[in-house]
Design a protein around this ligand. Structure first.
Ligand SMILES: [Zn+2]
Length: 87
């Protein structure tokens, strides 16, 4: 129990965010299941993937980009081998 707690609600978990300027903690009540309060990012943001509201076609997902990079690396290697063999 906190020292200066007046009501039981004052004993609830507190926001762990710290001010950029003063370094003082926020100390608003944290949202249930989160370490921060509603003003410091709890419940914010959408999950990445096809459920994201800005998802269009999936051509620019991390998986698609890495797959494309792997294919381009294979093409580059095959060109080097073809150049060595003189094909
Ligand atoms: Zn906060």
């Amino acid at each position: 129990m906190a020292k200066d707690a007046v009501y039981l609600m004052h004993c609830s978990p507190r926001c762990t965010a710290k001010s950029k300027r003063s370094g003082v903690r926020c100390c608003n009540p944290a949202v249930k299941g989160w370490a921060v309060c509603r003003m410091h990012g709890a419940r914010s943001g959408a999950k990445p993937g096809s459920d994201h509201p800005n998802f269009r076609h999936g051509l620019r997902t991390k998986e698609a980009l890495s797959l494309r990079a792997q294919v381009m690396e294979l093409v580059r290697e095959s060109r080097e081998i073809a150049q060595i063999l003189g094909v």
